[in-house]
Design a protein around this ligand. Structure first.
Ligand SMILES: [Ca+2]
Length: 477
């Protein structure tokens, strides 16, 4: 049973939307089944449609707007089989961390940055693509068979509109194929319980400016931008026992920030969540004060973008974050600058305790960060280095504590990389750490920015830094 349309709760107060009975969760989608398919060419079928969808799925799985080339990214128009581009969308890699789009208004396309184009029927040339032309929807199903009975197309609308609402409870429903599954801009005390949100063209839950959001025992999957999104600010949110998967990884690379994206704000808790397969960050709690990220699993992030993290924070205005990152498992963050836990941009007042970080490029990275405590973490299998310290101006990194951690180097990776400035020795205090390494000659790398960088062995690290007096390497001091 599917409610077709947007459930309008805009500005409403104290409404509960709940499935009752034993027939399974009721569904909401602002779309419709598309029927009447006829063969067009090869494996491509078409059917009449009265709108241009933002999201098309076959048998419940999203297919991609037709695009060229079929895999990212193009750097020229060489090999492009048509010059018909007017009205198409250019999707481009603005830098290693940001994807942007623009609509083409002529048949030329800017090729100065890596790009693909989408939205024209001629681009539909492989399985898993759709396009609209002349009032018909064209689909090449993933299995090449007729789409009849299997296609759902959604208009540009939300599943539930709870903007400016107060005290709304969404319990035990499914929301699929919407722009935002739930739009809850500047809402108060929205509760999303036992709810499944899938195939969102923008966000699973758009909750920017919200206060008191609760998401519990729910799932958000196949979201093109952000799973749970408090972009401008989010205050008093509690996200627990919830999974967020496939964010920014549906079809071709799309503009995406994080599985859970909290911009500014305070007093948020994220506990016992699972965030898997994110195009950019797994969880971003940027400039969030008095917030905690605990007992959660972040597996596979930075799938399409770079200079990003499993768990990301920063404090551009240098306000004390009082952020707790505790008891999490962070793994498989493998882009060229894929970081497990990233304290960026003057992050300060962060406690990173009792986390397990493995199979990253850099496990824990501090950029211009100060007054942070890094304790009791277990770090294994980093691609290049376990902990990176980088500052733009001498003195920015200071007064951090790195104690009681276990760092295991199994592939010759360095434990610390520190650059640049005259204050490297006061980046942190280090002690009571347990190190193991198969190559103790490359323990740390230091660079003051003026003379040549140095590689320090375990013993030369201890004498250079005067630190780690009670720490052990391969079982001995
Ligand atoms: Ca194509």
């Amino acid at each position: 049973m599917t409610y077709q349309g947007t459930l309008q709760l805009n500005g409403k107060q104290n409404v509960t939307v709940k499935t009752v009975g034993t027939c399974g969760k009721a569904s909401i989608s602002p779309g419709s089944a598309i029927t009447g398919w006829t063969k067009y060419s090869g494996n491509i079928y078409s059917a009449p449609i009265s709108f241009t969808p933002i999201q098309v799925s076959v048998a419940g799985t999203p297919v991609a707007a037709a695009h060229w080339p079929n895999k990212p990214w193009a750097t020229s128009t060489s090999g492009m089989p048509s010059t018909d581009l007017n009205g198409a969308t250019r999707v481009y890699l603005d830098n290693q961390s940001v994807i942007k789009t623009n609509t083409l208004t002529s048949n030329s396309v800017d090729t100065s940055k890596p790009f693909y184009v989408e939205g024209k029927l001629w681009m539909l040339d492989t399985a898993g693509e759709w396009a609209v032309s002349g009032g018909r929807l064209y689909v090449w199903a993933p299995d090449g068979q007729s789409p009849e009975g299997r296609v759902w197309a959604a208009a540009n609308a939300n599943g539930i509109n709870a903007d400016n609402s107060s005290g709304i409870t969404i319990d035990s429903v499914k929301i699929f194929s919407a722009f935002n599954g739930i739009s809850a801009n500047t809402s108060s005390n929205l509760k999303v319980l036992n709810t499944e949100i899938s195939n969102s063209a923008q966000d699973g839950i758009w909750a920017s400016g919200s206060n008191g959001l609760t998401v519990s025992n729910s799932s958000v999957t196949n979201t093109r931008r952000n799973g749970i999104d408090g972009w401008y600010s989010v205050n008093g949110a509690n996200i627990s026992n919830t999974t967020v998967s496939n964010t920014g990884t549906v079809g071709m690379p799309s503009t995406s920030d994080a599985g859970i994206m909290f911009g500014d704000g305070a007093n948020n808790t994220i506990n016992n969540v699972s965030v898997t397969n994110s195009g950019y960050h797994g969880i971003s709690v940027l400039h969030n004060r008095n917030t905690s990220v605990t007992n959660s699993t972040i597996d596979t992030a930075c799938v399409y973008l770079n200079d990003c993290a499993g768990i990301y924070t920063g404090s551009p205005d240098k306000a004390v974050l009082t952020l707790k990152i505790d008891g999490n498992t962070v793994t498989n963050i493998k882009a060229s600058e894929g970081i497990g836990i990233y304290l960026d941009d003057s992050a300060n007042g962060v406690t990173v305790n009792n986390n397990k970080v493995s199979n990253t490029t850099i496990a824990i990275n501090l950029h211009n960060a100060f007054n942070n405590v890094i304790t009791n973490n277990t770090v294994t299998s980093s691609g290049t280095v376990h902990m990176g310290f980088g500052q733009d101006i001498s003195g920015q990194i200071r007064n951090n504590q790195v104690t009681g951690n276990t760092f295991k180097s199994t592939n010759g990776e360095q434990t610390y990389n520190m650059q640049t400035g005259s204050n490297l020795k006061t980046f942190a205090t280090w002690n009571n750490n347990t190190y193991t390494s198969t190559n103790t000659n490359v323990f740390a790398r230091i660079w003051d920015g003026s003379s040549a960088g140095q590689t320090l062995s375990w013993s030369s690290w201890k004498s250079w830094s005067g630190q780690d007096g009670s720490s052990t390497m391969n079982g001995s001091r």
